[in-house]
Design a protein around this ligand. Sequence first.
Ligand code: ADA
Length: 555
Amino acid sequence: MKTRLFEQHEIREILPLSPTWEFWTLDSMGNEIERYNMIVPCVWESNLRLSSYKGQAMYRKQISFGGNVRLVFKGVSHTATVYLDGVKVGYHYNAYTEFDIVLTGVMFGEHCLEVKVDNTFNEESALHLTNDYYSYGGITRPIEVQLLKDIYINNLQFKPFFVDGQWYGRIRTVITSLSEHSSKVHLNFELGSANYQEAIEFNGKEDKILETTYQFENITPYELNNPFMYELKVTLEKENDIIDDLIDRIGFREIAVKGTDILFNGKKVIIKGVNRHEDYAEFGCALPVEAMYRDIEIIKSLGANCIRTCHYPNDERFLDMCDENGILVWEEAHARGLNEAQMKHKNFNQQSADCIREMIEHHYNHPSIYVWGVLNECVSNTEFGHSIYKLQIDQIKALDDSRPVTYAALQAFIGNDLSLDLVDIVSYNIYPRWYENVGTVELVQKLKDFVQNSDGKNKPLLISEIGAGGIYGHRSNNCEKWTEEYQELLLEEHLTTVLEDKDLSGVIIWQYADCRVDPGWFGGRPKSQNNKGLVDIYRREKLAFRKVKEIYNRL
Ligand code: ADA
């Protein structure tokens, strides 16, 4: 199963991995309960006997290899403990971020790779909690087994910038030596017709970071209506041998915030977006690429130009598709609706910091990502909350100074939010006429009045969520709550109000498609789903879909 939509390596060897793994569920004492075959990647809920299973399970596969190996896990939901030949070699928390395990000097031969997966809301878990979306179980994104030489390219980041009519790129490469010996290598960079070489010396096992800025000529920029990307190819040469490579796709584009505008390559953009959970009927969060592609096509057909990855980082193949289609992405770290006590959980800061670091390290180069988001509807209205927002936003700024940062604030904090000083873009989730009977015009005015008198003054103001529930097929002449008619009516009021208001930078509808919710959320969530989708879990259009399409294409 490919981890990306393009080849990242022509030199580095990737082992073929068949999708079927041995699998057994485990009781709390670690004893086997039942055995199955399981497909990777896949949610274990795809197996009907496990459709609501919250617990632990073991995955096992025999693999032949030796030497230096890098095991890349694109996503295990939500906690993974990895064993090679019965010895623990790694641990990772969080379903939505990539991690890797590098093993050196492994004996050549057959090895037993096991991954123990846990999706329980146990006391160690600060971010996966019972929530308004479902925490599935299993190895839900692809795995890659890479064979490495003694020195390899660990990470590559490309930051484009435009000065005095000229494109530049800062390339930051992390190269790792796994050997005790000293050595000298050359890094070669190829981008379009440009070619560069840098030398690096190692004095044993270490990481070396190389940062260089180049000027590029005759560049075709990455535009939303012409999302042109270049391949950036880095190779590592030792004693005239190419020993490793890494290829990524990059785009020359700049994102900036100027006063109350969001600028993409210097031009103002108005956001017309949808919030999207990774959830699709029986596939859960492990969408096959065909289903991702279908989502992209449906979202494009709406006339939308933006997707918010509420409330966690997404599968990189989906980000690849957004890149290819010029769809702006608000990528969000993992955290939804946490109160102070939850943000004081013993593991909260560490688990959040890991999630942010892994999200940015791995997704930095995607030209479609235009903003990083943190802490959806957490307590941005208290001193303690402010200190946590600051911690996380500072971390993001240190990892990436090229993109704005925001958080989606709770409607209830219009009037007392304390953290708007920290963001580049002010974003609010509002639900006019849904949770309480306040009209859109009135609520938007109240929001603007507050923001104008707060630290959010003179920053872009975005409606990051707005919407209404509508149960697919529930139709009525009376236009009651939960009917498709009522959802359509509200969305018309929401979207026309927001998009006709020149003080706002746009809107992101809650939500693109219905999604499953955790049992703790069954109250107020008919069918155990968040029903505010424009399409249902099978992507069948509700009445509102056509209305949104009409408005997004008109305004
Ligand atoms: C919130 C939240 C979403 C969802 C939505 C709703 O604003 O960010 O995850 O729960 O409300 O449906 O009420």
